[in-house]
Design a protein around this ligand. Sequence first.
Ligand code: URA
Length: 235
Amino acid sequence: MRLDKFLCDSKNLSRKESKEIIKKGRVIVNDKKINDPSFSIDESKDAVLVDSVPVKYEKFVYFMLNKPKGVVSATKDNIDKTVIDLFKEEERNDLFPVGRLDKDTVGLLIVTNDGNLSHHLTSPKHHVEKTYLVRIEHPLSDSDINKLTLGIKIGDDECKPAIVKVLSNKEIELTIFEGMFHQVKRMLKAVNNEVVYLKRLSMGDLKLDESLEEGKYRKLSDTELKILTKEGGNV
Ligand code: URA
């Protein structure tokens, strides 16, 4: 791989920025200063340093974020803080959230720069299930649970049968198989109830790491990445 391409991918630089850094003599490959952007490297073996700091080859990155309340699932917003603003220290500007959680919803959100993965996790064709912890205004009746588990109608949309696990009077775990706009809130509204707290616990087989505080994130582990590969990404 060309050295300038390596730096573009790893540090998310433009080709022009990458060439400039190399020409300024800021890049060392295997202890030798390299000034030629077309210099060929083996990204799995060669040691590359920029300003004496090692650079690892990473075209795609995958984070698990425990989304806090009050931030929107977008890359930019004129009014609200976004989930990407929580990632300031990362030296990349190509991250985006996979799908959306409402501003007041907390919990598992994947943040990546892998468009293929995002497509697979959010496309209606793939039906990746999502499980939420839902606190509700009133207890659910047996008839409410029946309606939700048979596939409830919300407006013009018909939901697939959901899985309801009653945890207590006013707390359930709800698993849904699509990702419609405000889906959980609308499902509960359709049985004359109200969501008072919503937290996403899992997407497919990927579970929120409960040791991550709200607002904190970490890279996915290799095992977690494998789970995502199953869902289809570039990993
Ligand atoms: N359903 C909702 O209503 N809101 C969310 O944020 C996610 C699912």
